[in-house]
Each structure stands twice: as structure tokens, then as C-alpha cells.
Write a protein that binds this ligand. Structure first.
Ligand SMILES: Cc1cc2nc3c(=O)[nH]c(=O)nc-3n(C[C@H](O)[C@H](O)[C@H](O)COP(=O)(O)OP(=O)(O)OC[C@H]3O[C@@H](n4cnc5c(N)ncnc54)[C@H](O)[C@@H]3O)c2cc1C
Length: 343
């Protein structure tokens, strides 16, 4: 690679404009791959960088990597920026972005037209394994991809009832977090919310006119968090010592609740949602996890670079995700140059 990072032409993406059929990012990726010659010392990998996770951190990593000439594969099981699509009101994002779906549309359009970035959507990574010369990434299809470096930006997911001691939920399928409920899920319905974590306030503020009723069952440890929703007439607070949950096939939820003062009650709702916090969602394999499950970047193998929310509970913002993703790509870029210079 040249001393100065080469800049590839990045057309400004417009969601309403079709990509010219004669030249697509996939074509550019294929041409760049075809021009790479392999040898025993310089084996041809599937990409120069594999990015796992298509949130803000993964998208920033892929965009930056492609921008310095690295053939990049980004793997995401869902849509790019799937979480941003469910955040109606954004705070603290430079550039005046206050609408999650609008930011997600802009990022998605740009990634789709980024030369050298191949998107593998609808694919989940089931394993990351580090070897001397490369990292191997296994997809849920069984396919195996290799690259000299991998950026892991898989973020966090909701804790489930079986992760906390105060809920018993036999045979319950994974429940979604409240913030993923759409207007259709919520309108004119009664929702049982397990836990008193702060996204409940965000949910209510984003829907000032909704007639959703929330039954919020929360443990003593969440008592300080529910202050901001205490006076909302749509909320019924249920201080809870222990809760036994059952969910019918249609999704209706029934909860038997033992409160702190020994009282018992049974409540029913149209659906159950979670607000008990998040846990890191690192893919299986050779990532180093801390005691809290997060993957500190400084503890990883040099070929594995962690970005975004997966790094630690403390740095979970869109701008930190974008910055850390971008930095992760440049780390891989400079590491690759050092490796080739040393040969
Ligand atoms: C309700 C809510 C409101 C928020 N509001 C704000 C706000 O106003 N301002 C702000 O700055 N921040 C806000 N945040 C935080 C912000 O959304 C996150 O910090 C940011 O999305 C983190 O980006 P990320 O790319 O690290 O992770 P994520 O956005 O979580 O993306 C991770 C991606 O990895 C994918 N993935 C997971 N496992 C795998 C796997 N095995 N293989 C492949 N892909 C995988 C997931 O599908 C996901 O798309 C909010 C968060 C929530 C939940």
C-alpha cells in the first residue's frame, strides 16, 4: 500500500437514486480482489478487513477501511443500523441528527454505495478464530471467511428474564426490549414491562399522545430509575420482590407478583417487554471477555479489534461508536502496513 492512504472515490449517496448498473461497490470489490495475487508469503484472503456488526461502529469501520483502500466485508444479521431505526429521538449526535431513522437511512445509503465494501446482510457470525496469519470468521451458513484483521462491533443486547434472579419465566422465548416496540405494538394496548431501566422514560416521551398502558414491574434496585415515569398517568408501578411470568402462544403475558411487603397479585397484559438492562453480545470464539462480559480492546489479540458498545458499559453513545469504529479500521490499516514492511 502507498505511504499516504489512498482515497477511493465515494459518491454521495442519495436513497432515491439508483446505483449505476455498470459500476457497483460489489464490482469494485471483485476487481480489487481479482487484482490481488497470492503467494505462500502473502495468501489471498477474502478481504483485507472483516467487520462484524452493522451498527454505527461497524458501519464507520467499514466506511473508513474502504476509504483507505481496504477490501472490506461487513456482516450483519439484520438491517444496517437496525437499532437507530427504533430510536425516534436522538441526543448528542453532532450534525443536528435528532431522528434515528433519518441517520440510519443516510448511513445505510452511504455504505451501499461505498466502493470496496461488500455487505453480507442476513448473516450472523457464529465464531471468530485467530490464527498466526489471519482471522477466520464462521457464518451461520457454515461459510468461512478470512482476513488479516477483524473488527468486532456487535454491541449489546437485552438481558433476558433468566439473567436476573427476581424473575422466573419457564419456557419463555426471548423477549424484546421495550424500546423496540413499534407504534403498532403499543397503540391502545397494555404492555407488561419487566424492570425499571431508563428507556421507559424515552419510550413515553417519544409517544406523548399514545394511549398505551404500561404495567412496570421493577425490583427495589431499580426504584431510583423510575422517578421520571412515576407521575405519568399511563404507568402503573408494581414494586416487585419476585415475579413468575408466563406468555401464551399469542404473546399475552400473565405475571404473578410478590411485592416487598408480602402482598401478592396477578396481572395480565397484551404483551411483555424488557427493561432490565443490557449485556454484551460478543460472538463465540477467540475474543477476550472481562468479568462483566465486555471485550476490552486492549486485552485482545492484535488481529482482533473491538469497537463500539461492546468495549465497555461506559462508552455507549453513537458518536463514540462511530469514532471507535473508524479508529479500529485505521488500526487494521496501519497494522497491515507494519506487517508488510517487516516482511
Ligand atoms: C433506546 C435507545 C436510545 C438511545 N439513544 C441514544 C442517543 O440519543 N444518543 C446516543 O449517542 N446514543 C444513544 N443510544 C446508544 C446508541 O444507540 C449505541 O451506543 C450505538 O448504537 C452503539 O453502536 P454499536 O455499533 O456499537 O452497536 P449496535 O448499534 O448495537 O450494533 C451492533 C450490531 O451488531 C449486530 N450483531 C450482533 N451480534 C452479531 C453477530 N453474531 N454477527 C453479526 N452481527 C451481529 C447487531 O445486529 C447490531 O446491528 C441509545 C440506545 C438505545 C437502546
Amino acid at each position: 500500500m502507498a505511504d499516504t492512504p489512498p482515497r477511493t472515490a465515494q459518491p454521495t449517496a442519495r436513497p432515491d437514486r439508483a446505483v449505476a448498473p455498470t459500476r457497483t461497490p460489489a464490482d469494485a470489490f471483485a476487481r480489487a480482489s481479482a487484482s490481488v495475487s497470492g503467494s505462500a508469503e502473502d495468501p489471498v484472503h477474502d478481504a483485507d478487513l472483516i467487520v462484524i456488526g452493522g451498527g454505527p461502529a461497524g458501519c464507520a469501520a467499514a466506511r473508513t477501511a474502504a476509504g483507505v483502500g481496504m477490501r472490506t466485508i461487513l456482516i450483519e444479521p439484520d438491517a444496517l443500523c437496525r437499532n437507530l431505526y427504533r430510536i425516534p429521538a436522538l441526543n448528542n449526535v453532532l450534525g443536528g441528527w435528532t431522528d434515528g431513522p433519518a441517520l440510519a437511512d443516510a448511513v445505510t445509503a452511504e455504505l451501499r454505495s461505498t466502493d470496496l465494501c461488500r455487505l453480507e446482510l442476513g448473516r450472523e457470525v457464529g465464531g471468530v478464530h485467530v490464527h498466526d496469519e489471519h482471522v477466520a470468521v464462521t457464518l451461520d451458513t457454515g461459510a468461512r471467511l478470512t482476513a488479516p484483521h477483524v473488527v468486532v462491533a456487535t454491541g449489546v443486547g437485552p438481558l433476558q428474564p433468566h439473567d436476573v434472579g427476581w424473575i422466573t419465566a419457564p419456557d419463555t422465548r426471548p423477549l424484546p426490549p421495550l424500546w423496540r416496540a413499534t407504534s403498532r405494538d403499543a397503540e391502545a394496548r397494555t404492555l407488561l414491562v419487566l424492570g425499571g431501566d431508563r428507556p421507559i422514560g424515552t419510550f413515553l416521551r417519544a409517544r406523548p399522545d399514545t394511549d398505551t398502558r404500561l404495567l412496570v414491574a421493577y425490583p427495589e434496585s431499580d426504584a431510583y430509575k423510575i422517578e421520571e415515569i412515576r407521575d405519568d398517568p399511563r404507568v402503573t408501578l408494581l414494586p416487585t420482590e419476585r415475579l413468575t411470568l408466563s406468555v401464551s402462544v399469542s404473546g399475552r403475558a400473565t405475571a404473578d407478583i410478590l411485592s416487598g411487603d408480602g402482598g401478592r397479585r396477578t396481572v395480565t397484559a397484551d404483551a411483555a417487554y424488557l427493561s432490565i438492562g443490557n449485556a454484551p453480545t460478543a460472538p463465540p470464539g477467540d475474543l477476550v471477555r472481562g468479568a462483566d462480559g465486555y471485550c476490552p480492546p486492549g486485552d485482545q489479540h492484535p488481529r482482533v479489534i473491538v469497537a463500539g458498545d461492546l468495549r465497555a458499559a461506559r462508552f455507549q453513545r453513537i458518536m463514540t461508536a462511530l469514532g471507535s469504529g473508524s479508529e479500529a479500521a485505521l488500526r487494521a490499516y496501519y497494522a497491515a502496513r507494519d506487517l508488510s514492511a517487516g516482511r
